[in-house]
Design a protein around this ligand. Structure first.
Ligand SMILES: *[C@@H]1O[C@H](CO)[C@@H](O)[C@H](O)[C@H]1NC(C)=O
Ligand SMILES: *[C@@H]1O[C@H](CO)[C@@H](O)[C@H](O)[C@H]1NC(C)=O
Ligand SMILES: *[C@@H]1O[C@H](CO)[C@@H](O)[C@H](O)[C@H]1NC(C)=O
Length: 99
């Protein structure tokens, strides 16, 4: 049970880190030449599905095509990305553990 709790805390910390990092970056738009969505979720830069589409490895979105519609996951984690909303200034990554 204790290890479950620390896993949740770790995932929350990842989530907070992502929110704070995106806040500090420039307005988010989909980068030209990059996959613009995965399933129902739009993927604005600095997030991306690989190579130069994500600004760093920490912003990598793993679009899993085993799901219909496809499901985006944050990096190599089990955090499913529910939505990345932008107001031109702030990006918010909402995610929840799926397993
Ligand atoms: C994007 O993420 C992938 C997977 O982690 C990584 O290989 C790639 O180098 C990243 N792109 C940049 C520009 O860091
Ligand atoms: C996609 O999801 C399936 C089912 O959870 C999993 O078996 C597979 O390894 C995932 N693929 C990638 C590329 O993450
Ligand atoms: C994601 O968030 C945006 C802005 O809040 C909203 O317009 C959009 O409908 C949401 N998309 C999904 C799939 O929840």
């Amino acid at each position: 049970m204790g290890s479950n709790r620390s896993l949740v805390v770790m995932q929350l910390m990842i989530l907070l880190t992502v929110i704070l990092t995106v806040k500090a970056s420039t307005p988010a738009v989909v980068k030209p030449g990059c996959q613009k969505s995965c399933g129902d979720v739009i993927i604005p830069y600095p997030f991306g599905t690989g190579d130069d589409c994500n600004i760093t490895a920490g912003f990598f979105i793993n679009c899993n095509t085993s799901f219909i519609p496809n499901k985006p996951f944050l990096g190599n984690s089990y955090l499913e990305v529910i939505n990345i909303s932008t107001d031109g200034q702030t990006g918010l990554l909402q995610s929840g553990a799926t397993r």
